[in-house]
Design a protein. Structure first.
Length: 320
């Protein structure tokens, strides 16, 4: 088996000061949103059967909307907007941005962050001889009694359901096990929720590896396995937290190497550059940690494809 693409990151140490101007501190978010992300996120409605997209007017203030004043402008396509407040106003739900401009909720599509979350291994330790695993198959991955798709179905793992695989006793960079109970590149041995076998392409499974040279036993670092689309927070060799990610797709790969964090932001706007083949503008991306130029780890509210390569090169994480 070819060596796995691995990506490692250590916390900043004498990192250069970011050149990005500080973003103004957002108002306190709604309590209902505080668990997931600091804003309410919206975009234009989906296009209809004729390929037309309904306009979404934006008003100067709530009171301008109440006076039936003409809209100040209209929201743009390929743009995700961040709003700091959502409330009922004059018998309708309105969303208010940091600059007090508002839109009616009925005119837009509200983006709800994924409910997926990783596992705190300190609070919920893994049983000995097992490794963390999640289903990435919609609507579910099938657990078979044997390493044969024609064998009996003994269980199902819904998309992003947590499970445990039996750990391979062999080296994480060898040719892959084929001993009884060890699994191979095609099948993964399941320990929980029920013993059996699942196709490797339907799940993501953590592959242990030693820390990079020079990492102290008590040093906190981030271990990203691009092959399995998983990220672990580790202290020396010890696993403390593990989760799924979405790294860069095949067209926009994530850099591989050992990096130190350059800067951290509670949130930041992200957008394409002139000449890019895809246009996007995303406001208020939460929990951003830049590690190489434009590349960052950050919370993600606009998709639920964790476990699959999806991004423009950043490491996408659930906002949980």
């Amino acid at each position: 088996m070819a060596p796995k693409a691995r990506w490692t990151l250590a916390p900043s140490r004498n990192a250069p000061r970011s050149r990005r101007p500080p973003h103004p501190r957002p108002p306190r978010p709604s309590r209902s949103q505080r668990r997931l992300a600091p804003f309410f996120y919206i975009r234009l409605p989906a296009k209809d059967a004729n390929g037309q997209q309904a306009p979404a007017p934006r008003y100067h203030t709530r009171h301008a909307l109440a006076r039936n004043a003409p809209p100040e402008d209209f929201l743009e396509p390929e743009h995700d907007y961040a709003f700091v407040d959502r409330r009922r106003f004059h018998r309708q739900i309105v969303l208010t941005a940091e600059d007090d401009r508002v839109v009616r909720e009925r005119d837009v599509r509200v983006i709800k962050p994924s409910e997926f979350r990783g596992r705190d291994v300190v609070a919920h330790p893994l049983p000995e001889g097992t490794v963390m695993m999640w289903s990435i198959e919609w609507p579910f991955a099938v657990i078979h009694a044997e390493r044969d798709p024609r064998s009996d179905e003994v269980g199902r793992l819904p998309l992003h359901a947590e499970a445990l695989a039996r750990a391979r006793p062999s080296s994480p960079r060898d040719e892959g096990g084929d001993a009884e109970g060890e699994g191979d590149d095609e099948w993964v041995p399941v320990a929980e929720p029920v013993a059996g076998w699942v196709l490797a392409e339907q799940v993501r499974r953590w592959t242990p590896m030693p820390p990079p040279e020079g990492v102290a036993a008590d040093e906190l670092w981030i271990d990203v396995d691009l092959s399995q689309q998983m990220l672990a927070l580790r202290r020396g060799p010890t696993l403390e937290m593990i989760t799924l990610i979405s790294s860069g797709n095949w067209k926009h790969p994530t850099p591989v190497g050992l990096f130190r964090l350059e800067s951290k932001w509670a949130f930041a706007d992200m957008h394409s550059r002139a000449g890019d083949d895809e246009t996007y503008f995303v406001e208020g991306v939460p929990w951003v940690q830049y590690f190489r130029g434009r590349y960052a780890l950050h919370g993600t509210f606009w998709h639920n494809r964790f476990g699959r390569r999806t991004s423009h090169g950043c490491i996408n994480l659930s906002a949980h």
